[in-house]
Design a protein around this ligand. Sequence first.
Ligand code: GDP
Length: 297
Amino acid sequence: MFENLSERLGGVFDRLTKQGALSEDDVKTALREVRVALLEADVSLPVARQFIKAVEKKATGAAVTKSITPGQQVVKIVHDELIATLTGEGEPGALKIDSPPAPILMVGLQGGGKTTTTAKLAKRLKERDGKKVLMASLDVNRPAAMEQLEILGKQIGVDTLPIIKGEDPVAIAKRAKTQASLGGYDVYMLDTAGRLSIDEELMAQVEAVRDVANPRETILVVDGLTGQDAVHTAQNFDDRIGISGVVLTRMDGDGRGGAALSMRAITGKPIKFVGLGEKMDALETFEPDRIAGRILG
Ligand code: GDP
């Protein structure tokens, strides 16, 4: 892990005399390389700046022990700080699903992977946690999206709320709640409609659904490859709806994962899971260590 950064820093430090502690100049030189690595990983500029400042403070004057080189020492401090920034409160991947039936509201823009993630999460809750799950699609604008959830439900063996044509999202949410109570479900997941961009109509609709469902978790699903846009989307949804966590999808792509750092630093919301492919098993608990490795290359 961090081979590239270690190499870069190794080169920097080869030119410096070894000392007992990291000098201000050593640290500044090394952090220039770290800054480049962060920006290459698509970490937003303000977050990269803030991060470098925090590391600079910790690294300047830090003792260099005999067993490691100054370069390795800086890498370690950078790594620890990355983990600290990426780690949210509580157990990663944990969801508040006590007091059944617990509603989970799934929100996000169209194409981000919301419907796929709803089904992946339902499968995980069923198989890992032994929960009885009901899924309902609230995407009345796109009948194909409703059918998509139904097909995925059949595929993973999770019930979906029967589709009634012409019903509005709030009515569907209410019906899901009733069905979940009557049917003895532990969890019911509401897959809300997405739009290509955030607009007033979308937000008002999600808000109305939130108010009737009173969700235990509101999970934002965003494409992890969209970097700054993902963070912007999260801020908008959090301001208007209030989100409890994030799922970053398409982390199987060749993006470097900088969105994760920006997301945590700017919104403060925990990244609960990452999507790692189109298959129903391709959902994993967010692991700060792994993402830190990818960010630093
Ligand atoms: P929605 O419009 O937000 O509901 O998006 P969908 O769930 O329909 O997903 C859009 C496309 O992205 C589908 O083809 C999914 O299979 C794909 N997708 C979703 N999550 C992931 C992921 O983590 N990795 C990859 N590679 N594809 C994904």
